[in-house]
Design a binder for this molecule. Structure first.
Ligand code: HEC
Length: 116
């Protein structure tokens, strides 16, 4: 998902593109902390290992935080104009995450009915 690569991956995956400014000590601490915290909360690199119920819940909060404009963090957007999402993009992301969540829910239900 393009929007996610642009706006989320730096802090929520192992694929952090360390920018030039991260060599400035004070800024780099700020970024490292955010990346560590962000990864603890949500690690998109480990997505496929997430339990279905957790993935469903996470997609729900992803849709929510982007819809509210809470993610990406404001402080990050200052340095990364490319991560700013327009109203339209927030809606695309929201719809995408909601649809994925729905699909994940249905998969879970299917799997359950198989075992019964
Ligand atoms: C600058 C780094 C950074 C970027 C970029 C970023 N996040 Fe986060 N994110 C964090 C940090 C740090 C936390 C954990 C602390 C917090 O909740 O403020 C977090 C928490 C979250 C949470 C959990 C929130 C909760 O209340 O449970 C979700 C979901 C999330 N981010 C989704 C996203 C999505 C989706 C994007 C891209 C559109 C994104 N983040 C971009 C740093 C980032």
């Amino acid at each position: 998902m393009g929007i996610m690569n642009r706006a989320c991956m730096d802090c929520h995956s192992y694929e952090t593109r360390w920018p030039v400014y991260s060599r400035i000590a004070s800024v780099s601490w700020w970024l490292i902390n955010n990346v560590n915290d962000g990864r603890d909360t949500l690690n998109l690199s480990e997505w496929t290992q997430y339990k279905s119920s957790f993935a469903t819940a996470t997609l729900g909060s992803m849709a929510m935080v982007v819809n509210r404009g809470a993610m990406p963090l404001d402080s990050y957007k200052k340095f990364h104009p490319e991560a700013r999402l327009s109203h339209e993009e927030r809606k695309i992301f929201y719809d995408w995450a909601s649809a994925e969540r729905q699909r994940e829910c249905e998969n879970t239900n299917l799997n359950h009915s198989h075992t019964q």
